[in-house]
Write a protein that binds this ligand. Structure first.
Ligand code: RB5
Length: 146
């Protein structure tokens, strides 16, 4: 199960990605927002990230205008490793090397066609572990020091 969340700036892209996930038979849970009405990205990041931390969802996809605000919000939640990406290499590496559990996309930055490729790259790539596991462990240490 994939968790989805957005503010108004990412709403349209979230809807496009939902269609893509449905076509691929990938289950998702949409935590909103559910319209173009203005809302605040720091608040919209919380429920999908919590679903990942609770194990209800394996990964989350978050959307705002740039992907930046919602990624900053997500990264303030302990245990979340969120990556804002607009190229497929970074989307793959975010999983392979950083074990990112959240992908953030900018609805005003990437078109739906590229976003589909970013999402596929992120969801299909596995964490490589080994030396990267040590570094991800060090990220968890930083979380504990907050
Ligand atoms: C909302 O206008 C916009 O600021 C937000 O979606 C996001 O881009 C912030 O980083």
């Amino acid at each position: 199960m994939v968790a989805l969340g957005s503010d108004h700036g990412g709403y349209a892209l979230k809807e496009a990605i939902k269609k893509h996930l449905e076509e691929k038979g990938i289950a998702y849970k949409d935590f909103g927002t559910h319209s173009e009405e203005s809302c605040d990205y720091p608040l919209m990041a919380q429920a999908p990230c919590q679903a990942v931390l609770d194990g209800e969802c394996e990964l989350a996809l978050l959307f705002c205008g740039t992907g930046i605000g919602i990624s900053i919000a997500a990264n303030k939640i302990k245990g979340i490793r969120a990556a804002v990406c607009s190229d497929t290499f970074s989307a793959r590496m975010a999983r392979a090397h950083n074990n990112a559990n959240v992908l953030c996309l900018g609805g005003r930055v990437v078109g739906a066609g590229l976003a589909v490729e970013l999402v596929d790259a992120f969801l299909e790539t596995k964490f490589e572990g080994e030396r990267h596991a040590r570094r991800v462990g060090q990220l968890a240490d930083l979380d504990q020091k907050r």
